[in-house]
Design a protein around this ligand. Structure first.
Ligand SMILES: Nc1ncnc2c1ncn2[C@@H]1O[C@H](COP(=O)(O)OP(=O)(O)O)[C@@H](O)[C@H]1O
Ligand SMILES: [Mg+2]
Length: 382
């Protein structure tokens, strides 16, 4: 949808180009995160998309059309822009700030009022409370929310976000990131997002463009980036904890053991013992008759039971469970915290989906890295 073809930007005072031969394509509905050290050309790249700057050479196209041949005002109306210090007009109220673009577009007041209220709600601000406020009366997080609302006012298909959550405290930043991810899941805008923080890039990006000295070093999904960094610069930029970071991208169903023995709480002791014999394990998951997981029973407890139904009182609740949306990182965290080697995964109606096992996480990640290591034989001269 947004395509850079060999784009170079030179500023007169600089010896090297600020952006150097950039070629990449941002897919419709995806978030592309530009990341790299300060001065690597991220902001310049963004500002060429809405024509604050023009490339020295090369071409940028939007929906297949060179942006240079489009009317600049029209182009910008289709592109929301959010920057770090919010860029809110200090003498305008929240209402007037968010209403800026709809007013430019000549919407009637009724439609503008409805849209402003809708947007404030969308970004988690109470409209009644915030509409009359001035930017100086807002906290950092509230200001950024208004900035996002203003950028989305005319429902542009494209959003440019330059370190949008960079100036707020870590707790608020996490909150804003999560809210924005939820919003984006629904709205599916095409987003170019700039950050210098690799963790934020991994969290927010469908694809990540790592830049260094104006050049694109790697353009990949977060998972590929972590598993197969293109060079030493990327590996160092990602950090030595990349094995841990990749865990946060992998949902638990990736390693779920589904072939787990389950017994009903109404089963007879005979059947329970038979299941133990067949399973070669020391624990069985117990479900009630509606298939909601109750907990587990151990082999030795089942051996202690004497009557057909008496084993029932040995059912123990799981110390901890995970939802299927949890990541392997979440799984590892609860295993360490609760000192267990496996955690059951249950959906919202307590249906047992399987077990995540520490050993499975270890071998899954180990194999993923092995696959992405270059084969040394290929590099040897023949
Ligand atoms: N308007 C400008 N005039 C001259 N040089 C600039 C201008 N804007 C940025 N630069 C230079 O271009 C390089 C890239 O800057 P920038 O795109 O802002 O990087 P980033 O956003 O990655 O920190 C830097 O060396 C910066 O000093
Ligand atoms: Mg910048």
């Amino acid at each position: 949808m947004i395509r850079f073809t060999d784009v170079t930007k030179r500023y007169p005072a600089m010896t090297r180009p600020a952006v150097d031969g950039l070629s990449l394509e941002v897919n419709e509905g995806e978030t592309c995160v530009f990341v790299g050290p300060s001065g690597c050309g991220k902001t310049t790249t963004l500002k060429m998309i809405n024509r604050i700057f023009e490339p020295t050479s090369g071409e940028i196209s939007l929906n297949g059309e060179n942006i240079i041949s489009q009317d600049a005002d029209r182009l910008r109306q289709g592109i929301g822009y959010v920057i770090q210090k919010t860029g809110l007009f200090p003498h305008y109220t929240v209402f007037e700030n968010v209403a800026t673009v709809p007013r430019l577009l000549g919407w009637d007041e009724e439609r503008i009022t409805a849209r402003v209220r809708e947007l404030l709600q969308l970004v988690g601000l109470d409209p009644d409370e915030n509409v009359p406020k001035y930017p100086r009366e807002l906290s950092g997080g509230q200001g950024q929310r208004v900035g996002v609302a203003r950028a989305m006012a005319a429902d542009p298909p494209v959003m440019l976000m330059d370190e949008p959550f960079g100036a707020v405290d870590p707790v608020t930043r996490t909150q804003l990131q999560n809210e924005f991810l939820t919003l984006q899941q629904r709205l599916r805008k095409t987003i170019c997002f700039v950050t210098h923080d690799i963790d934020e890039a991994i969290k927010m990006g469908d694809r990540i463009a790592i830049m260094n000295d104006g050049r694109l070093v790697q353009y990949d999904t977060p998972e590929n980036l972590l598993l197969a960094p293109a060079d030493d610069f990327v590996a160092e930029f990602i950090g030595s904890d990349r094995a841990l970071k990749v865990l946060s991208l992998l949902p638990v169903p990736k390693v779920l053991r589904r072939q787990f023995r389950v017994v009903k709480d109404s089963a007879e002791l005979e059947a329970v013992r038979a299941s133990f014999d067949a399973s070669n394990r020391n624990r069985l998951v117990v479900e009630d008759r509606y298939s909601g997981a109750l907990g587990y029973v151990t082999r030795s407890d089942a051996e202690k039971a004497t009557s057909a139904r008496g084993w029932n009182r040995f059912i123990r609740p799981f110390p901890v469970t995970l939802p299927p949306e949890a990541t392997l990182r979440d799984a590892l965290a609860v295993m360490l915290q609760h000192d267990v080697g496996a955690v059951p995964v249950m959906d919202g109606s307590r249906r047992f989906l399987g077990m995540v096992d520490l050993e499975d996480i270890r071998s899954y990640v180990g194999e993923a890295y092995q696959e992405s290591e270059p084969d040394p034989a290929e590099e040897e001269p023949s």
